[in-house]
Design a protein around this ligand. Sequence first.
Ligand code: GDP
Length: 330
Amino acid sequence: MVTFLSGGTGTPKLLSGAADVFAPTETTVVANTGDDIELGGFLVCPDLDTVLFLGGECLDTETWWGIADDTAETHHELKQLADAAGLGTGPRYLSEDAQINGRYLSQWRRFSGVGEFMHIGDRDRAIHLTRTGLLDEGHTLTEVTQILSDALSVPWTLLPMSDDPVTTLIETPNGTIHFQEFWVANNGEPAIEAVEFRGAERAEITQEVREALSQPVVIGPSNPVTSIGPMVAIEEFRAALANTPVVAVSPFVEDTVFSGPAPKLMRAAGYEPSTAGVAAAYPFADAFVLDDDDGTQLDRPVVRTDTKMDTDADARRVARAIEKALNMVS
Ligand code: GDP
């Protein structure tokens, strides 16, 4: 049995070709929910959804989010209406009062549906509406994720990191904004003064996550701040990682990142934007998989391979390196 921790790109890329090395029936994936957002009344869970759609073989692998060949009629209509009404198409937060008095899991991340600043496809929307309907009927996010996984025939066990709200907020010189406003609406451009995982001190892990973290853990290439940060901000999550073998794949080659906003976020969180910084952010990691071209010297065992993943064969090669690293520390 093995457990993968996942954001929305790196670990999903790895999972897409890892099945020959790590049998899906013996694989659990724990996904970040810090990026989640309530939009027009429904809860969107971007990282859970990427893994769900990947497992359901309907993921758009050009973007690594959304459903392949999905239409977006409702989304376009919402934007047109907002535009015609002079309401703009940027993020519109609900009132401060509504942020804490609405649906429990949506705390501190509630946006109005006017304009819809995130692209939501039509089939994609059906997933969010079903998820939210089941939550409102009284199911936990863990239960809902299992129901959706079964419906899409996802081959591995998929778990949200917690059934409690943890919300990633970015403090900028102009005020605190939700991560999705920073990343989707503002292209990651605002200066970052700090990153907050609101709710983490009160959040708990579920029994399912507790059991998953008692198995060897793989941290696929991930943004250490916004994908793994919300998980390890939960005390019991962090403690569990310290007590089990953990192998992490670097999302950098020395100080060159493969993609995304990790360098800027790492700098803001006080880490060097590099493989060395990733190792500093992961004191619980027992071994690392680094790229052949990454000469970083670490104080823990390292397995090197070509870590660039464009195809399933690439992912299989990285999975084999992970297996080797796990064998060194298990
Ligand atoms: P997000 O949820 O989409 O922000 O992304 P993740 O947390 O999954 O992080 C993606 C990280 O994976 C980025 O920091 C990239 O540098 C890294 N990444 C993307 N593609 C590759 C790849 O092919 N190989 C490796 N080693 N890292 C990658």
